[in-house]
Design a protein around this ligand. Structure first.
Ligand SMILES: Nc1ncnc2c1ncn2[C@@H]1O[C@H](COP(=O)(O)OP(=O)(O)OP(=O)(O)O)[C@@H](O)[C@H]1O
Ligand SMILES: [Mg+2]
Length: 365
């Protein structure tokens, strides 16, 4: 087991930076997910940890020992990639045994470890088969089995289930999380799928254009995004953003928009007052932090026009047009019977809305 630390880590290809000044501490035995869109530097980060890519600047440490110059084979990490790279002519058993064979392990140790891993992954009945006789999910489990028989210090999983179908992905999410908890091995897990990161990780590192945006628990990243980019990336359906002006009236501060005028809470008012000279903000509100009605409520609300309604199994998503050309999405129950073109009224849970700077996207609350 190992604690993994990134200290001011840079990766440049030529002069182009792919990872910029990365600082992360991943405690021993924890599950860290690196989350971000394609090209943000996730695999580059993993490859530096594995020793497959030179670290341009900074240090990566295992248990406080720098590993920058250590050969990949001496780092004791096991990687699982999206393309599981199984040997087609070897059986499942031989595929899983291979890393131990290469290390000259004793045949009985090899057998014990492969059998134990196969049992854990529920593939004991497949050990004699060849990879082409397996489903995608089964192949993925063999690839994971091959990683765990090594009993490494650290697992590096790079989008290991990205191409499986949705149902199998949901199943494998649970399996991998359970496996990591059972083995207690430190895990760095790369994904571009926020649902995967949210559901599995102890800590999420959100990356964008080579830079760490936020490091926090899934709850922190979801409930207290540090900027509009993180807020928009994490959560499905995505957060709604609307530009608002600010107005002070009778000692209260209001968000002003052609479709609404809603007072912020006292605490939010203090935060806005402390931010020098702002007169406009970007309001952010998640689809489930609003309720929608066809009857105008007595309290302050957002008035809009229904653009379209979508049934999503147990929920409904209502797309609502506002007069400034923006469109917001509201999650509601399937009882809602509004139709296209109808006027509707949204009540916002003000404890759950957010405000971001229009200049730099930083969160005020
Ligand atoms: N060997 C390389 N030479 C030059 N540029 C590279 C190389 N590998 C990656 N890059 C560039 O570095 C950036 C980060 O790439 P990286 O593979 O780390 O992204 P990623 O987050 O893993 O993306 P994806 O989700 O698509 O796998 C990209 O702009 C990519 O084009
Ligand atoms: Mg990648």
């Amino acid at each position: 087991m190992a604690k993994v630390s990134f200290r001011n880590v840079w990766k440049k290809y030529g002069t182009t930076p792919a990872v910029k000044d990365l600082n992360i501490e991943c405690p021993d035995g924890s599950f860290l997910s690196i989350l971000g869109p394609s090209g943000c530097g996730k695999s580059s980060t993993m490859r530096m940890v594995a020793g497959l890519e030179h670290i341009t600047a900074g240090q990566i440490l295992f248990d406080e020992k720098p590993i920058n110059t250590l050969a990949p084979k001496d780092r004791d990490v096991a990687m699982v990639f999206e393309n599981y790279a199984l040997y087609p002519h070897k059986s499942v058993f031989e595929n899983m045994a291979n890393p131990l064979k290469l290390r000259g392990q004793d045949a009985t140790v090899i057998k014990d470890r492969v059998m134990a891993a196969a049992k854990l992954l529920e593939i004991s009945q497949l050990l004699e088969r060849r990879p082409q006789e397996l489903s995608g999910g089964q192949k993925q489990r063999v690839a994971i089995g091959r990683a765990i028989v090594r009993e490494p210090n650290l697992f590096l999983f790079d989008e290991p289930i990205a191409h499986l179908d949705a149902k199998l992905r949901a199943h494998m999410r649970g399996e991998i999380k359970h496996l990591q908890r059972t083995l207690g091995t430190t895990m760095i897990y790369v994904t571009h799928d926020q649902l995967e990161a949210m559901s599995m990780a102890d800590t999420i590192a959100v990356m964008h254009e080579g830079e760490l945006q936020q490091l926090g628990t899934p709850r922190e990243v979801y409930n207290k995004p540090v900027n509009a980019w993180v807020a928009g990336f994490v959560g499905e359906p995505a957060m709604n953003f609307v530009d608002v002006g600010l107005q002070d009236k009778d000692g209260k501060t209001y968000f002003i928009h052609p479709n609404f005028s809603i007072a912020v809470t006292d605490q939010q008012q203090h935060i806005i007052a402390a931010a020098a000279r702002v007169n406009a903000l970007r309001m952010g509100v998640r689809p489930d932090a609003m309720s929608i009605s066809l009857v105008k409520p007595k309290h302050e609300c957002i008035t809009g026009k229904i653009f379209v309604t979508e049934l999503l199994g147990g929920d409904m998503i209502i797309d609502v047009d506002l007069d400034d050309g923006s469109r917001i999405r509201v999650k509601t129950s399937t009882d809602f019977d509004g139709v296209e073109g109808q006027t509707c009224y949204m009540t916002v849970n003000r404890d759950k809305w957010h405000a971001f700077s229009k200049e730099n996207g930083k969160a005020l609350f």
